[in-house]
Design a binder for this molecule. Structure first.
Ligand SMILES: [Zn+2]
Length: 358
């Protein structure tokens, strides 16, 4: 499903991922359409940034409006109006980071819906069932997530072991639900590599995931509070350990430009993050040279220059000045966040595109 077209450096590579009739050129950045929409952007605006996959959050869509509603309204593509390939995550990360957890057992996780207070249960099987109903083109196996700083070694080990047992259950459920599907219909399932900052565990986890029948390798549990140096060190450690199987490698939740470059250098093909859009809504934009500034700042009030004269995004190409954008931010006009989001997503996607030819 993944054909490597060239090696760009020792581990960096570019390629084409074929899934459900889509051909995705990699490396690629995937903006987060958390609740079905990339915040404040129409599907056309998202496409104007050059990205080729959009991510949707299983956790949020399951809680509201529910996968049955999405399925009834034609599945994620019809529901969101997005014609680019869609990837759903497992919901695991949000369960562990946003919810009050009641209980984690071998069976699954019971947590409270933060909005209604209702008790919700998610398991590997349930996550795959929800993702199948949502109807994305790529999905992720449900894992047991631990945060680096809050939990001890014992919990890390427990989560590590359980993640791999849950991977087997995710694969079994995926196989059951996709039985009889043609290759053109079948979504692609990513298995998640965990192990925190422990290299021994990471190596073992990667071996287990690579030896399984998943269609893609996802690296989880990074960008969760460790230092930049620690994250880069882990990416470098993993780089020579990937096998030659034709599978894409997806780094979950990483979107700082420096981290993106490092990840691509270390053989990663796909990345997602809320950072470009979240930052943009607060006025923060990246410009050439990995610098960033805040458009809300008074220093921009009389500046007639675009965010980045070297940028080819819609916002910069059309010529919206920093002075105009600052004014829109100041008066609370949502258009400002939209314009800045387009710019930031394009900034990351351009790093991906440039890396293909370097
Ligand atoms: Zn721009």
């Amino acid at each position: 499903m993944f054909v490597e077209s060239s090696k760009n450096g020792k581990f960096a590579r570019s390629g084409v991922l074929s899934v459900r009739g889509f051909n995705v050129t990699t490396p690629t950045f995937m903006p987060d359409g958390t609740r079905g929409a990339v915040k404040s952007l129409t599907p056309e605006m998202v496409q104007s940034t050059g990205v080729s996959v959009v991510l949707a959050n299983t956790y949020h869509l399951h809680l509201m409006p529910g996968e049955d509603v999405v399925a009834k309204l034609g599945g994620l593509h019809a529901f969101t109006g997005q014609s680019l390939p869609l990837l759903t995550d497992s919901g695991g990360f949000q369960v562990f980071s946003l919810s009050h957890i009641n209980k984690i057992t071998e069976d699954g996780v019971t947590f409270k819906d933060p909005r209604t207070g209702d008790t919700v249960f998610l398991s590997p099987e349930k996550s795959i069932q929800i993702q199948m109903k949502l109807g994305g083109d790529m999905m992720v196996a449900f894992d047991d997530v631990v945060s680096l700083d809050k939990q001890g070694r014992e919990r890390t080990l427990e989560a590590f072991e359980r993640t791999h047992r849950w991977l087997e259950r995710s694969i079994a459920e995926f196989n059951r639900l996709t039985e009889g599907m043609s290759d053109a219909e079948k979504p692609l399932l990513f298995g998640v590599v965990q192990g925190g900052l422990d290299k021994k565990l990471r190596k073992k986890s990667l071996e287990i995931v690579q030896n399984s029948s998943v269609g893609g390798i996802a690296i989880g549990g990074l960008s969760v509070g460790e230092s930049t140096a620690e994250m880069h060190d882990m990416l470098e450690f993993l780089a020579p350990l990937y096998d030659d199987s034709p599978r894409p490698r997806f780094l979950l939740g990483v979107g700082d430009p420096r981290d993106l470059r490092k990840a691509i250098e270390c053989g990663i093909d796909m990345l997602d993050c809320v950072l470009p859009t979240r930052n943009a809504r607060h006025g923060s934009v990246w410009v050439t040279g990995e610098k960033k500034f805040n458009l809300k700042s008074d220093v921009h009030s009389m500046v007639n220059e675009t965010i980045d004269p070297k940028c080819d995004c819609y916002t910069c190409k059309t010529g919206f000045s920093r002075g105009f954008l600052r004014h829109q931010f100041k008066v609370g006009e949502p258009l400002a966040g939209t314009m800045a989001s387009i710019h930031n997503i394009r900034y990351l996607q351009r790093i991906c595109e440039d890396s293909r030819t370097n």
